[in-house]
Design a protein around this ligand. Sequence first.
Ligand code: NAD
Length: 295
Amino acid sequence: GFTCIDGKKEAKSIRDEIKIQVSRMAASKNIVPGLAVILVGDKEDSASYVRNKKKACESVGIKSVDVCLPEDSSEEDVLKYVLSFNKDPSIHGILVQLPLPSHLNEANILNKIIKEKDVDGFHPENMGLLVMRGREPYFVPCTPKGCIELLHRYNVEIKGKRAVVIGRSNIVGLPVAHLLLNEDATVTIIHSKTKNPEEITREADIIIAAAGQPNMVRGSWIKPGAVVIDVGINHIEDPNAPRGHRLVGDVCYEEACKVASAITPVPGGVGPMTIAMLLSNTLSSAKKFITSNDL
Ligand code: NAD
């Protein structure tokens, strides 16, 4: 039969578990995990992601501190906050909402977050550790981790399977490909210069689509019985939708659900998992903080 992978439900159960652990930590250690979010500029999408992260923190009892800086902030303005959160013992996770305005150098800023608080996992050292065999990063990026968590929770076998990742961004495609590799999948990455991508996806037991191209993956691109994780979040115009537009993924869901054995919907698939993984990374950072102080 066909399974719709319910990211909303799984994310809820992860949040419930985190909530219990946060209250135990408060009771036994008198420590509340803290997440600092830095937003630069007034991009509506980014502002709404930050609001959702804040709401999610509140729902599990994680303290969230957000800083909203004006669009024309300098690198020094942003770094001032990063450096002060680095030193603040009540903050266990720091994230800078991306993308930053184009005059700011993203790498320079992400480099300054100490890796012990890099809950987004974008620090080059964490990315490096993710890629090296036998090494473990302090944190794994949230969206990629959410994709793998969904595969685990739906008992999808990864070891020895052919996995195809569409997209090679630092945020999604590249780290998710390495996570699959670390779980012994045989991984192929498709990107904007790949020729005949549909011939490659047709070989895949697992497809992870993160290209940001609405409905790119058609039913004919999918091997019967494959599992499809759709990371894409694309706004498309739709005169029949309440606001004149709606969200679709990178996969044509109506076609894919006739061929795949399981697929994530958009919305309600990977999106909620991303936020749940951010909460999970923040909690685990607070745990490590306690352990390191206990020594
Ligand atoms: P990006 O634009 O940084 O990267 C897109 C990647 O896809 C690039 O590597 C590019 O080479 C590849 N690509 C683009 N067009 C292609 C094509 N026609 N064929 C093959 N490859 C192609 O985007 P990103 O930040 O990696 O995000 C990808 C998508 O995932 C976007 O829709 C984004 O909104 C969504 N996203 C969702 C979540 C979530 O929580 N669900 C989180 C992050 C990003």
